[in-house]
Write a protein that binds this ligand. Structure first.
Ligand SMILES: Cc1cc2nc3c(=O)[nH]c(=O)nc-3n(C[C@H](O)[C@H](O)[C@H](O)COP(=O)(O)OP(=O)(O)OC[C@H]3O[C@@H](n4cnc5c(N)ncnc54)[C@H](O)[C@@H]3O)c2cc1C
Length: 213
């Protein structure tokens, strides 16, 4: 396989796919493509300590030696625009192509953004990437009051973290309880109690009509 395996997406799945290829004895070319200009990093800390601690550093998924030592050609800052399956070729945004013999799509997911009036206002952000977390850290350091839309794991983690850092925090959740897609009602009730004891204001069964600047 002269062009080898190309992996698009350098998150947990993409990096592990590269590692597993080597662990299982594949010795052809491996190219790992990520659109972010960062060494691949752990996402879980982003909604926890990272957003409140100005000195917190991103936690790399693997050390630099992993990529060089395993002949994994990591290419950051590259966005793939198009797959040409017939020609076995990827089109790179801004120009250029990358040929592959086998292609792994590990492109993850993105937050579902709100289609609401005001969703584009300054200070309205979502959290998925390290860049998002840096922005939230910067904005929340200058804010007294934070509203979080979404009472799932990530929303509640941000709520607890920013409340512990002294912000006034309100969570708005459309369903009639927290963590509705993730845990049983008894656990959700316990989490609710813990957050309220910290001083987080929780509005369940509540939707947002628009955001006003
Ligand atoms: C804030 C936060 C906290 C979390 N906390 C936890 C936790 O506590 N426990 C837990 O189990 N899970 C947690 N998760 C979920 C976990 O991080 C994800 O399940 C995991 O990141 C999924 O990995 P992935 O590689 O599939 O996708 P991703 O991490 O999304 O990686 C995909 C990568 O592909 C890139 N990409 C997409 N399209 C293209 C393209 N066309 N060209 C180039 N690159 C592209 C994306 O930009 C991204 O960098 C958390 C997630 C977030 C965001």
């Amino acid at each position: 396989m002269k062009n080898g395996v190309v992996i698009v997406g350098a998150g947990h799945a993409g990096v592990q796919a590269a590692a597993s290829l080597r662990e299982e004895g594949y010795d052809g070319p491996v190219i790992l493509i990520g659109d972010e200009n960062e060494p691949p990093y752990h996402k879980p800390p982003l909604s926890k300590t990272f957003i409140k601690d100005a000195d917190a550093k991103p936690q790399p998924l693997r050390g630099e030696a992993f990529y060089s030592g395993n002949a994994i050609d990591y290419r950051p800052g590259v966005w793939i625009d198009r797959i040409d399956g017939g020609e076995r070729r990827l089109d790179v945004s801004g120009g250029g192509t990358i040929a592959f013999d086998r292609l792994v799509l590990a492109t993850g997911s993105r937050p579902r953004l709100l289609k609401l009036d005001g969703a584009e206002l300054a200070g309205v952000v979502s959290l998925r990437s390290l860049a998002d977390a840096r922005l939230i850290r910067e904005l929340s350091a200058q804010s007294e009051e934070v509203v979080i839309l979404g009472g799932g794991f990530i929303g509640l983690e941000i709520a607890a973290t920013l409340r512990a850092a002294g912000r006034r925090v309100t969570v708005v959740e459309a369903l009639d309880r927290l963590l509705g897609r993730a845990v049983a009602p008894a656990i959700a009730a316990h989490v609710r109690q813990r957050l309220e004891a910290m001083g987080v204001r929780l509005l369940t069964g509540t939707t947002v009509a628009r955001l006003e600047g």
